[in-house]
Design a binder for this molecule. Structure first.
Ligand SMILES: Nc1ncnc2c1ncn2[C@@H]1O[C@H](COP(=O)(O)OP(=O)(O)OP(=O)(O)O)[C@@H](O)[C@H]1O
Length: 613
């Protein structure tokens, strides 16, 4: 057995200096985030020195593997396609670069991103573990996300309240009757915290954050240790969990909200200015807040006492966030910490049982969901005829003469006659080459167009009444998140935007006219998801999107239509890359001249493959 004397990181490697029983020292190299700290007992397999373990403090027979590093595989499914997901610790220079690349997609709101001071202060060595996720698509291997584990903070209110119930592990020497300072210091290492969950924006909406969290749970159970103690609980708290619950499907339960600092920030700042000891919280963090406020006063010429008074009023308001003016928010948000949801999971049976018995909250209350009830459509003999008077310009006459056309009117059938029946939760996909009448059929399905006269005449023998809606442009100058959150709620806005694969914070805060075409399309789709219309008419489906985004959007639209019981008529000329993810109930295939064939998706696939082969 060896003791760890010291460790240092160089790029993707960690060098560990070990001392043996005869006081001899030597160095081994491990991967960058190898969970080894000063003072740890280490065992190395003499026959296979690559096998490195730390030794459990509770049971010397229990060896906790460090090397070879952790790796795992899983898959993500989109329609008929499966993508392999590979998880690993940081093993190479490329992995390190992938991590740096992915770090740019982390927003503070996605995880509790502690300040550097916090990291240093969160007990011995601030241990971290990072699991990278790569997505394999054919021959390409792309960095798709990562999850970071850290040591927990000592004091977290909801955990404190929960653990006050007392706990006794049936097999391990971990038990407390009261979660007091003593128990806290002794057993805090039995908790591991998810500090970040980062998914590349292109792969959001694919449901991979759950897979990341489940993998992290396996990793923590097999490999995490601090001071030779394996964890029993895993926790996460994040602002985003207020709006999107991405953890309960991975076995986490909501145990309450963190305290934030609203109730004590002013008191602490006053104490600091008077040179008193601050009673709670992390000292250097308070110093940072004080420096920040002093700078704010210097820059704006405001009086410090007046700013403190204003801060006091704000923190006492019913909704402190809205009480701040935009400029105050810009400066003071760095000083104020709002309560955020705290979720916890058990890593073995006894701890899961404990949480089942003692957790009161459970999950985030579900936000209001759209539910149109039952809707059905029945149309027989639907027909669209183009009726167009031919102008007699010289050039048109040239064409008429060349092609021997005698008519004065173009009176041709574009689509139909066609019978259409559809009920709640179904997608009817309209396929066909360019110019075969896909858009015209969608128009013919819109009851608002039935009465209109013009160059397109829509007729039917009989049709049921319903109301239908289209994608429509959004106001040009309002950040799209503002628009959706004001009309609905922040939670619903975030959920709709992530359903359409638009999960980039920078896109949320831009107005419609600054978005790319594909982003605009997805924003309009999110708008449709949020509106209350029972029947959708969607043209040029995902035409501006890359194949992967189109598949994610198709997959989520399918889920949404089934869940909310809408009917969606969706048209696209190019659909080979997403049609299986959309999984339509029926396909109407159009041919030039008005011919329309309705078939099941399965029959269409068979025919499609025959054509393709
Ligand atoms: N308002 C209209 N009046 C008369 N004819 C029309 C009208 N709108 C479309 N058409 C005609 O109907 C035919 C089908 O057009 P439509 O736009 O439905 O094709 P599409 O299948 O959606 O093609 P694409 O994939 O290229 O978008 C075309 O010949 C077009 O000129």
């Amino acid at each position: 057995m060896y003791r760890v004397e010291s460790s240092s990181i160089r790029e993707h490697e960690r060098r560990i200096a070990l001392r043996d029983d005869n006081d001899k020292t030597f160095t081994i190299r491990l991967h960058r985030f190898a969970l080894v700290g000063k003072g740890d007992a280490i065992a190395i397999d003499p026959e296979h020195p690559r096998n490195v373990f730390t030794v459990s403090k509770e049971n010397p027979e229990d060896l906790i593997r460090v090397s070879p590093a952790f790796s795992d595989e899983n898959e993500a499914r989109l329609g008929a396609r499966r993508y392999k997901l590979q998880f690993s610790e940081i093993l190479s220079r490329e992995d390190n670069e992938d991590l740096l690349y992915l770090e740019q997609f982390h927003y503070k709101s996605l995880g509790v991103d502690l300040d550097v001071e916090d990291r240093k202060l969160s007990s011995a060595g601030g241990r971290r573990a990072v699991l990278l996720m790569h997505l394999i698509d054919g021959r390409s291997r792309t960095p798709a996300g990562y999850i970071e584990l850290q040591m927990p903070l000592l004091m977290v209110k909801p955990r404190h309240e929960l653990f006050s119930a007392g706990f006794e592990h049936p097999e391990r020497p971990i038990a407390w009757t009261d979660w007091d300072q003593n128990a806290m210091r002794k057993y805090v290492n039995a908790i591991v915290r998810i500090a970040r969950v980062v998914v590349h924006p292109e792969y959001r909406g694919l449901g991979v954050s759950r897979t990341l969290i489940e993998t992290a749970k396996r990793f923590a159970t097999e490999r995490w240790q601090v001071g030779g103690v394996r964890p029993l609980f895993m926790e996460i708290s994040a602002e985003m969990l207020n709006y999107i619950d991405f953890v309960s499907r991975a076995g986490f339960v909501l145990a309450g909200k963190t305290e934030g600092n609203l109730t004590r920030i002013v008191k602490d700042l006053v104490s600091m200015t008077k040179g008193y000891e601050v009673t709670s919280g992390i000292m250097s963090l308070q110093k940072k807040y004080l420096t920040h406020l002093e700078r704010y006063c210097a820059e704006t010429g405001k009086d410090f006492a007046a700013v403190l008074k204003r801060l006091e009023d704000v923190t006492r308001a019913d909704d402190p966030m809205s009480a701040l003016s935009p400029s105050e928010w810009l400066h003071l948000r760095q000083v104020l910490r709002f309560p955020i949801p705290y979720y916890i999971a058990g890593l073995d049976e006894p701890t899961r049982g404990f949480l089942k018995q003692h957790v009161k909250c459970g999950t985030t209350p579900k936000s209001k969901r759209f539910s149109p009830g039952n809707v059905s459509i029945s149309i027989s003999g639907l027909k669209a005829v183009s009726n167009y008077e031919i102008p007699r310009t010289n050039n048109v006459r040239l064409i008429l003469n060349c092609f021997g056309i005698q008519a004065t009117h173009l009176n041709n059938r574009v689509v139909g006659p066609l019978d259409i029946r559809a009920s709640s939760g179904n997608i009817i996909f309209i396929a066909g080459a360019s110019g075969t009448g896909k858009s015209v059929l969608l128009r013919a399905l819109d009851p608002q167009q039935w009465e209109q006269t013009g160059s397109l005449v829509i007729e039917a023998k009989s049709r049921s009444r319903y109301s239908a809606s289209w994608l429509r442009p959004l106001p040009e100058d309002i950040p799209i998140f503002d628009l959706f959150a004001e009309r609905h709620s922040a939670a619903m806005a975030l959920s709709a935007l992530s359903n359409v694969g638009l999960s980039e914070a920078f896109a949320f805060i831009k107005p419609f006219n600054l978005l790319s075409r594909g982003q605009r399309y997805r924003a309009m789709l999110a708008d449709l998801l949020l509106r209350n219309d029972p029947v959708w008419l969607i043209d040029e489906f995902c035409a501006d999107l890359d194949p992967m985004s189109a598949r994610i959007v198709a997959h989520n639209v399918r889920k949404h239509v089934s869940r909310t019981g809408r009917i969606a008529f969706i048209a696209a000329a190019n659909h080979g890359h997403f049609i299986d993810a959309l999984n339509p109930t029926q396909i109407i295939r159009l041919r030039l001249g008005g011919e329309a064939t309705a078939m099941t998706f399965r029959d269409y696939c068979d025919e499609f493959q025959t054509i393709a082969s």
